[in-house]
Design a protein around this ligand. Structure first.
Ligand code: SF4
Length: 319
């Protein structure tokens, strides 16, 4: 099967006063039609920066894509002009941001914000855009959509605002949705409804999703593949089933054992320490100061990717 999105050796570098640092380091991933890929890891591991790199939204300066490619529809998105990228964003590839309040403009009615995308990308008339906008609000489960269309963002609850963001992302029937922690700020009932909408889109419209999350429960519910990120690198990548049933990388194991499980009684074991600053990474494997299985080589040389069924970046899998 041909991937709908192909990321090859993508590196995004920030040129800081203390020198260049790689926020995304040599990442290669594929996304297939109707499938969902989870990007998992603690805050500061490079998940959001990878999504911004795909869409050409890296803050520049100081950031810049310094190598690699992002292939979509036979074109390398890293080589497109800002004008060409604007035609892709929101139309072919949409992003659902983490914070609905910061993604919505507080001084415009939500309906106008949805219609704007339709008028810009699909060249609909104002009336057609309104009709479609109301339809989208209905699709994402907003009650009384005709009335809510005229509301300002502050008149809606957090869950409703997130649905509006999803409606905006769906407006042009994108082939890919990048969703950055779309349910983090929501209570569990709304979270379940939003996940249902994402799952439904995958099944009905064959939309592909990249879901950024630190919630492995969400990954298990909606995703097909997962890539675990640490310090800008993908350290483990495989099917959700394989990785959750038999995590290989010590970081993935750490993430899993810090989660409560209903099927067994055990103490939660948080991963010791914190994610290192990308401007101050330790030598060798960036996870080694926190790794319970580190070996002498780990502090000396960064591990390459080993293919063990899942792809794992860890010296434990060196023959
Ligand atoms: Fe741990 Fe070494 Fe593997 Fe890094 S390479 S995760 S330090 S065992």
């Amino acid at each position: 099967m041909q991937p709908v999105l192909e990321i090859n050796n993508l590196t995004t570098t920030f040129f800081l006063r203390q020198g260049p640092v790689r926020a995304v380091d040599n990442v290669s991933l594929r996304l297939y039609q109707g499938k969902s890929l989870a990007l998992v890891g603690e805050s500061g591991c490079g998940k959001t920066m990878l999504a911004l790199s795909i869409l050409g939204l890296v803050p520049s300066p100081p950031g810049k894509i310094t190598s690699g490619e992002v292939l979509f529809d036979g074109r390398d998105l890293t080589r497109l002009s800002e004008k060409e990228l604007r035609a892709v964003r929101g139309n072919d590839i949409s992003m659902i941001f983490q914070e609905p309040m910061s993604a919505l403009n507080p001084v415009f009615r939500v309906g106008a914000q949805i219609s704007e995308t339709l008028i810009y990308h699909k060249k609909l008339s104002k009336n057609q855009a309104r009709e479609k906008g109301v339809e989208l609000l209905k699709l994402v489960g907003i009650p009384a959509p005709e009335k809510r269309y005229n509301d300002f963002p502050h008149q809606l609850s957090g869950g409703m605002r997130q649905r509006v963001i999803i409606a905006m992302a769906l407006a042009c029937s994108p082939r890919i949705i990048l969703a950055d922690e779309p349910t983090t700020a929501l209570d569990v009932t709304i979270q379940a409804q939003i996940l249902e909408i994402i799952r439904d889109l995958q099944d009905r419209s064959r939309t592909s999703t990249v879901l950024i999350t630190h919630d492995l429960g969400v990954v298990a519910q909606v995703c097909h593949e997962m890539a675990v990120m640490y310090s800008g690198r993908v350290v483990e990548h495989g099917s959700v089933e394989d990785v959750l049933a038999g995590p290989r990388h010590p970081y993935t194991r750490g993430l899993l054992s810090s989660l409560p499980r209903l099927d067994r009684e055990q103490d939660l074991e948080p991963i010791p320490g914190t994610v290192p600053e990308i401007s101050n990474l330790p030598r060798g494997c960036p996870f080694h100061p926190r790794c319970p299985q580190k070996m002498p080589v780990c502090a000396e040389k960064e591990p390459p990717v080993f293919n063990t069924g899942s792809k794992v970046r860890c010296w434990l899998y060196h023959e």
